[in-house]
Design a protein around this ligand. Structure first.
Ligand SMILES: Nc1ncnc2c1ncn2[C@@H]1O[C@H](COP(=O)(O)OP(=O)(O)OP(=O)(O)O)[C@@H](O)[C@H]1O
Ligand SMILES: [Mg+2]
Length: 246
């Protein structure tokens, strides 16, 4: 079953088309890698899905609802957005404790006060940072902050998780924790996960399918093993083998 489908998507900035997607589908419960060179449009794709960016045209079928992306109002988009978790490359922490940072998403969603504490502590445990609950979030290390950003996105158990280069600036220890959590929530919750990564080894380790974006187009899309072993287009072959492409 598809959890997400995009059709006829066109994103423009300053009169230039930076992303054009005729059609792409994401099946529920799968992990997708989004790969491609810098400036290809990977973050733009995630931002459009997360309703952070309004395209010039395009429709999205998500969680069983049809959405005209170009005409969507904030009020109509909010309930959809609340079913998605989003982790950016550089997480912004609120000036509050780690606990409050993670609790915020539950408070926004009107979760009962008594239910908040155990859920926040469970999310912190998932990322191995239970002990940091009382620490101010702006004193966390970069790797810890990124794990808290993940806990913040997971605490309300979204069926769709969008990750934009979440481990790009992390050391191997934090990358391993991050990947273990992704694996765990995929196993236990069947969360659908889209992860943008420049780390091709990570894409191979974590994902079931990969999309290769180049110059604003999805050039190849398929099962990860097939994408890496039998890339059809020259750009993807070059990208995988580490040759420069632009
Ligand atoms: N608000 C904007 N105004 C003008 N150009 C933009 C805007 N947002 C994105 N772009 C351009 O669109 C293109 C795609 O940007 P995007 O951030 O999606 O790339 P990316 O694939 O995520 O790259 P990277 O791997 O470096 O993060 C880039 O050329 C970028 O400069
Ligand atoms: Mg990006």
């Amino acid at each position: 079953m598809n959890i997400l489908e995009l059709r006829d998507l066109v994103v423009c900035h300053e009169g230039k088309t930076i992303l054009r997607v005729d059609s792409v589908r994401f099946e529920q419960g799968k992990i997708y890698g989004i790969i491609g060179p810098s400036g290809a449009g990977k973050s733009t794709l995630l931002r459009v899905i997360n309703l952070l960016e309004r395209p010039a045209q395009g429709s999205m079928h998500v969680f069983g609802t049809d959405v005209d992306l170009a005409a969507l109002t904030h009020a109509k988009g909010l309930p959809i957005q609340r079913q998605m978790g989003f982790v950016a490359q550089k997480p912004a922490m609120f000036h509050a404790s780690v606990f409050d940072n993670v609790a915020m998403g539950l408070r926004y969603r009107g979760v009962d006060r008594a239910a908040i504490r155990p859920r926040v502590l469970a999310a912190l445990k998932l990322v191995d940072l239970e002990h940091a609950a009382g620490q101010r979030a702006d004193t966390l290390s970069g790797g810890e902050a990124q794990r808290i950003a993940l806990a913040r996105a997971l605490v309300y158990e979204p069926p769709l998780l969008l990750l934009d280069e979440p481990t790009a600036s992390l050391d191997p220890h934090n990358i391993a924790i991050f990947e273990r959590v992704i694996h765990t929530i995929h196993q236990t919750r069947r969360t659908t996960i889209l992860i943008v990564t420049h780390n091709l080894a990570q894409a191979r380790r974590l994902t079931h399918a990969c999309l290769f974006i180049h110059q604003g187009r999805i050039v190849e899309c398929g099962e990860t093993a097939a994408v890496f072993s039998g890339a059809a287009c020259r750009e993807l072959q070059d990208f995988i083998s580490g040759r420069m492409i632009c």
